[in-house]
Design a protein around this ligand. Structure first.
Ligand SMILES: Cc1cc2nc3c(=O)[nH]c(=O)nc-3n(C[C@H](O)[C@H](O)[C@H](O)COP(=O)(O)O)c2cc1C
Length: 313
């Protein structure tokens, strides 16, 4: 799959996820075959104020290329300036616009999925950013209740210069309830000439194949299924390319992924107690009968004692 001038080695993409897709996690997904990975959303207003926490969301390294930085905001000029700053600082291969976040605090500011009420503004934002950076600009949207209106927004995004569009087939109101609407995604794919990436509820091989075949989309974006399970990318690409199911991952292999995550956090100076504790639980999420280990992890006072519990385990 190509996004503008960018050639991707595959069509499985890691979704931007706040609190999840930091550099170490993205590197693991890359190792298992994600063709493109996205940063957590970074707020444009904070970036133009040089807020370090927001700036760091774009932190990258050569091993993870190509990568995309996702921006959140609503003012076209501020978004364009923040895109410029991120390009200057990190040279991402893609700049993505968040048109989907349903969080109340975000939509109160007119960001994320709130923009779907104002297609003209979406157009101006896309034009301004496309005009100010060299990297291809993409957008990630939710759908609205009405198909025609959703397709109109998608067309506006394409006409304003976006080089690909990801569609999560749920409305803002749905949050994560119900199912991702594949009929809307299919209709948008038919409507546009740029690549369309389907997103929502892809948790296994069969669903991945079904979504690709049904919507005829160019790529798939994987979110929640990758949490604590970056190996999902290898599993899905093996099935999509060769029709083969890989055997279930052993528990030791899952633990190895967690240790690899910890090592990468150390390497890139991103090690934090609360993050590591949360990730320890995620990497153990499908393991049964380990209540006492989970309790020990919760009780660990520092990173070293948490890592000893995981190693003993
Ligand atoms: C913890 C979490 C954080 C998320 N953060 C973002 C974000 O920063 N930007 C964004 O566009 N979507 C974000 N999303 C939405 C996902 O990118 C994706 O669209 C959604 O989870 C549906 O895909 P899935 O069913 O594969 O999880 C987030 C989702 C989760 C679960």
């Amino acid at each position: 799959m190509n996004i503008g001038k960018l050639k991707l080695d595959g069509n499985l993409i890691l979704a931007p996820m706040s609190g999840v897709t930091n550099l170490p996690f993205r590197l693991l997904c890359k190792k298992y075959g994600a063709a493109l990975v996205f940063s957590e959303m970074a707020c444009s207003e904070a970036i133009v104020r040089q807020n370090q926490k927001s700036m760091k969301r774009g932190f990258t390294c050569v091993e993870e290329r190509p990568m995309g930085i996702q921006l959140l905001g609503s003012d076209p000029d501020t978004l364009a300036s923040s895109a410029d700053i991120m390009q200057e600082t990190y040279s991402p291969e893609i700049i993505d616009i968040n048109l989907g976040c349903p969080d109340k605090n975000i939509i109160r500011n007119g960001f994320g999925s709130a923009l779907l009420n104002d297609p003209e503004k979406i157009g101006r934002i896309t034009e301004e950013i496309s005009g100010s950076v060299n990297a291809p600009v993409t957008a990630k949207m939710r759908i609205t209740d009405r198909l025609e209106e959703t397709c109109k927004i998608a067309r506006r995004i394409e006409n304003a210069g976006a080089q690909a569009l990801t569609v999560h087939g749920r409305t803002q109101k749905q949050g994560y309830s119900g199912k991702s609407n594949l009929d809307f995604i299919k209709a948008i794919k038919r409507e546009l000439s740029i690549p369309v990436i389907a997103n929502g509820d892809i948790f296994d091989e069969k669903q991945a194949m079904h979504v690709l075949e049904y919507t005829q989309c160019d790529g798939l974006m994987i979110g929640r299924a990758a949490i604590g399970n970056p190996f999902i990318f290898q599993r899905l690409s093996c099935y999509l390319n060769k029709g083969e199911f890989l055997s279930p991952r052993t528990f030791e292999e899952q633990l190895d992924d967690f240790f690899a995550y910890e090592e990468l956090c150390r390497k890139y100076d991103l090690l934090a107690y609360s993050d590591l504790k949360l990730k320890a639980h995620w990497f153990l999420k499908h393991k049964q009968n380990i209540k006492s280990v989970r309790e020990k992890i919760n009780g660990a006072k520092d990173i070293d004692s948490m890592m000893s519990i995981m190693r003993e385990f």
